[in-house]
Design a protein around this ligand. Structure first.
Ligand code: NAD
Ligand code: IPM
Ligand code: MN
Length: 366
């Protein structure tokens, strides 16, 4: 198989982990005789510094013409005081919007070897396996641009959804639920927000099309609590953009670290973008200690979702599992007695196993 892959390293540890992703992909494609060509483009703070904009047209064009996009992370203190249109994050939001990537899948499954790396009790975390389906191109992030009025004494952000935007993400989540344990939790704030009331109506309407899926509604505050007190009650969670952002960072605690969570940003047809859930981690950037596994696991999601290469994806996931089983971890993972290694060494350990692994089943189901 021949594919064109755009790499968007971005900023901070994004630049470090994208290297790991490329190396792992090179080794998988060599083993399975595929030809992937890589094209690196600027986004975020790096693009502001070089081109004066967080999302150059050339980057958008390259992504549109590619078969899939891998993104590291954007942002950092250097650009934190910039006006909104010159913030690295605008580049990320822009590429999601321009590619129409409305469905962000964030699978959260603790690897057995990391159960003790979570600050939560072993019996709470063991066996949890959930998927957050986050709406990614609407809501507060994309309302009327935040406005400051009356010399900054008043401020406005708007939360806007078209009904069809809610319908398509809810359909997507029902379909994901069908491929898993057929349980869908819709998370909203329908006791307060008008948009959430419509969200709940849509889920209720769509239920009829998916009679095999059990549906539950939860208010977001209660969902935040249940996610870490009884995570096993969840299979698929569907929620709007900002709720999904917050709940997924919270859910990363189940896995031992934010550095373990991959994600896929998708639309019905067309190019997909794959990125770790974490950010550019300015506190550890440049130190060579970032956990590359979220980024590496995102490449497995790319192989499976964009190219249907299930076996190749499974090889990567099993290689990661094997490294953890062999007792290796990065500094963000609090594994007792673990052999702590840096980004490059962790990548090498995964590579070693990618070439040997004889994998058949997928680990991150979504
Ligand atoms: P962050 O996710 O960058 O970091 C939060 C904490 O988790 C930090 O202590 C960090 O060291 C740790 N961490 C994150 N990923 C790690 C990894 N792979 N290995 C080891 N430790 C890891 O969140 P933040 O500090 O709130 O944000 C920093 C910048 O990143 C901000 O500019 C923010 O806007 C941006 N951000 C970007 C993305 C993205 O590009 N997708 C996502 C989240 C945040
Ligand atoms: C994420 C990030 C982004 C988001 C930021 C950097 C704009 O937190 O991908 O989770 O909020 O979507
Ligand atoms: Mn986030």
């Amino acid at each position: 198989m021949e594919k064109q892959i755009v790499l968007l390293p971005g900023d901070g540890i994004g630049q470090e982990v994208i290297e790991s992703a490329k190396k792992v992909l090179e080794s998988v494609t060599e083993r399975f005789h595929h030809t992937f060509t890589y094209h690196t483009h600027d986004i975020g703070g790096a693009a502001i510094d070089k081109h004066g904009t967080p999302l150059p047209d050339d980057t958008v064009r390259a992504c549109q013409q590619s078969d899939a996009v891998l993104l590291g992370a954007v942002g950092g203190p250097k650009w934190d005081q910039n006006p909104s249109h010159l913030r690295p994050e605008k580049g990320l939001l822009g590429i999601r919007k321009q590619l129409g990537l409305f469905a962000n899948l964030r699978p959260i499954k603790g690897f057995d070897q990391l159960l003790h790396a979570s600050p939560l009790k072993h019996e709470v975390v063991a066996g949890s396996d959930l998927l957050i389906v986050r709406e990614l191109t609407g809501g507060l992030y994309f309302g009327t641009p935040s406005e400051r009025r009356q010399n900054g004494k008043e401020v406005v952000d708007t939360l806007h959804y078209k009904r069809e935007e809610i319908e398509r993400i809810v359909d997507n989540a029902f379909q994901s639920a069908r491929l898993r344990r057929k349980h869908l939790t819709s998370v909203d704030k329908a006791n307060v927000l008008e948009s959430s009331k419509v969200w709940r109506e849509v889920v209720e309407e769509k239920k009829a099309d998916y009679p095999d899926v059990e549906v539950e509604h939860l208010l977001v505050d209660a969902a935040a609590m249940k996610l870490i007190t009884n995570p096993k009650q969840f299979d698929v969670i569907v929620t709007e953009n900002m709720f999904g952002d917050i709940l997924s960072d919270e859910a990363s605690v189940l896995t031992g670290s934010l550095g373990m969570l991959p994600s896929a940003s998708l639309r019905e047809d067309g190019v997909g973008l794959y990125e770790p859930v974490h950010g550019s981690a300015p506190d550890i950037a440049g130190k060579g200690v970032a956990n590359p596994l979220a980024m590496i696991l995102s490449t497995a999601l790319m192989l499976r979702h964009s190219f249907g290469l299930d076996q190749e994806a499974a090889v990567i996931e099993e290689a990661v599992q094997q490294v953890l089983e062999d007792g290796y971890c990065t500094g963000d993972l609090d594994v007792k007695g673990g052999k702590v290694v840096g980004t490059k060494e962790m990548t090498r350990l995964v590579l070693e196993r990618v070439t040997e692994q004889d994998a058949t089943h997928s680990i991150m189901t979504c």
